[in-house]
Design a protein around this ligand. Structure first.
Ligand SMILES: Nc1ncnc2c1ncn2[C@@H]1O[C@H](COP(=O)(O)OP(=O)(O)OP(=O)(O)O)[C@@H](O)[C@H]1O
Ligand SMILES: [Mg+2]
Length: 356
C-alpha cells in the first residue's frame, strides 16, 4: 500500500510570521526523502501539515491523486484517515503501557482486532524485540525504545511513514547503528518515507532524495550526490559539505578537488597561507587563508607547516557554479529558536490519531 504524496502551494504562517512559504513537493512511491535544514526552517511544520496535525493556510495535498487537503475545496482528511505512521524524536511511548500494549494500541484504535496478536508480534519481530513484550518503556534502552516507536508506527501498515528527528535523543554510536537499521527496515518494507533531520550526514547516508530547506522554503531537491556535487544555491553548498568559494555566493570547489600541485595544463592557481592543520586519521585537513578569497579547506597526505605560503590548484571543470540563485526572504525569522514545546502527551495522542 505504497503512497505517492503531492503538495502544491502549501503554506503556513504563525501570528503573521511565515513558517512555510508556498511549497510544492512530491514524494514518490517507495522513496526515502529527507527534509534537511537548520533549526526553525519549517521542517516540522511541513511534516505536521502532511500528517494533518497542522492546517495550512493555503494549498493542496494529494495522496495517490486523491485530495487529503484542499483549502479551495474545503477538504481536510483527518489524521487518522491519512494512512500514515509517525516516529518522533522522543519516541512518545506510553509510559504506563508495556511494549506489547504500546504497539497494539494503534491497531486497537483502528478496530483491527482480528489477528491483533499476530500483527503486534510481526511488528516486534521486525525490530527484533521478541521476548520483551511485557517490559515497560523505562525498562528499555534508548535504542530499544526507538524500535518500539518504529514498530508501533509500522504495525498499522501505513502508506507513508513520517520521522521527525527520530535519532537525535540517542548517543553517536547507537545513532549510527539505528540509522542503518531504520533505513533497511523502511527499504525492506518498501515504505514511502519522509525523514526530518538537521544532520547532514544522516541525510546524505539514508536518503534517495534530499530536500534542503531554509527560511521556510525549499532551496533544492535532488539525490545526495546531486546536492553535494551540483548545489544550485550558495546556502546548499555551504550547508552540505565544505565549500571553497572562488567568487562569493557564485562559484565554489569542494576540498577534495583542490590539489597542491598542477595536474593539467589549464589548472587555475591560487595563493594562500596555511592557517591550521588537523590530522583526522586518513589525511590532514588544512585550512588555508587564500589571498582575496577567504578561507579554504584542502586535504593533504602529509603534514604541512602552519604559516607556509602555498599555491593551490583547481581544475576548471571541478568548479560548481550556482544557477538557481533565488531571492532571499526577509519577512520570516527562521533562525530564531522556536518556542514550540510540544509535550510528550500531545505527541502520544497524535501518534494514536495517526494510527487509525
Ligand atoms: N505552534 C507554533 N506557534 C508559533 N510559531 C510556530 C509554531 N510552530 C512553529 N512555529 C515557528 O515556525 C518556524 C518553523 O518551525 P519548525 O518547528 O517547523 O522548524 P524546524 O525546521 O522543525 O526546526 P528544528 O530543527 O529546530 O526542529 C519557527 O520559526 C517556529 O518558531
Ligand atoms: Mg523540528
Amino acid at each position: 500500500m505504497l503512497m505517492k504524496l503531492e503538495l502544491t502551494g502549501v503554506q503556513k504562517s504563525f501570528h503573521q510570521t511565515p513558517a512555510l512559504l508556498p511549497t510544492d513537493l512530491t514524494l514518490e512511491h517507495g522513496k526515502f526523502t529527507t527534509l534537511l535544514g537548520p533549526s526553525g526552517c519549517g521542517k516540522t511544520t511541513l511534516l505536521r501539515i502532511i500528517a494533518g496535525l497542522e492546517q495550512p493556510d493555503a494549498g493542496e495535498i494529494r495522496a495517490d491523486g486523491e485530495y487529503i487537503y484542499s483549502a479551495a475545496k474545503r477538504m481536510d482528511t483527518p489524521t487518522h484517515k491519512r494512512n500514515l505512521g509517525m516516529v518522533f524524536q522522543d519516541f512518545a511511548l506510553w509510559p504506563h503501557m508495556t511494549v506489547y500494549e504500546n504497539v497494539a494500541f494503534g491497531l486497537k484504535a483502528g478496530k483491527r482486532k482480528s489477528d491483533l496478536q499476530q500483527q503486534v508480534n510481526e511488528a516486534l519481530g521486525m525490530v527484533r524485540l521478541q521476548g520483551m513484550e511485557d517490559r515497560y518503556p523505562h525498562q528499555l534502552s534508548g535504542g530499544q525504545q526507538q524500535r518500539v516507536a518504529f514498530a508501533r508506527a509500522v504495525a498499522v501498515k501505513p502508506g507513508v511513514i513520517l520521522f521527525d528527528e527520530p535519532l537525535s535523543a540517542l548517543d553517536a554510536v547507537l545513532r549510527e547503528e539505528m540509522r542503518i537499521e531504520m533505513m533497511s527496515l523502511v527499504r525492506d518494507m518498501g515504505l514511502t518515507a519522509l525523514y526530518v533531520t538537521h544532520d547532514q550526514i544522516e541525510a546524505m547516508s539514508m536518503s534517495d532524495e534530499i530536500v534542503v530547506m531554509q527560511k521556510g522554503r525549499i532551496l533544492q531537491k535532488g539525490t545526495p550526490e546531486t546536492i553535494y556535487s551540483a548545489p544550485s544555491d550558495p546556502y546548499v553548498a555551504s550547508f552540505i559539505g565544505k565549500s571553497n568559494w572562488l567568487s562569493p555566493d557564485a562559484s565554489m570547489v569542494r576540498p577534495e578537488h583542490v590539489t597542491w600541485n598542477k595536474t593539467g595544463h589549464d589548472d587555475l592557481g591560487y595563493l594562500g597561507s596555511i592557517l591550521s592543520v588537523s590530522y583526522v586519521g586518513e589525511r590532514y585537513e588544512v585550512r588555508v587563508q587564500m589571498e582575496g578569497l577567504g578561507v579554504w579547506t584542502a586535504y593533504a597526505n602529509q603534514r604541512v607547516r602552519v604559516g607556509e605560503r602555498v599555491q593551490l590548484y583547481v581544475l576548471p571543470e571541478r568548479i560548481c557554479r550556482m544557477q538557481g540563485q533565488q531571492q532571499k526572504v526577509g519577512s520570516s525569522k527562521p533562525d530564531q529558536q522556536h518556542d514550540m514545546n510540544q509535550s510528550s502527551g500531545r505527541k502520544q495522542r497524535e501518534v494514536v490519531a495517526a494510527a487509525h
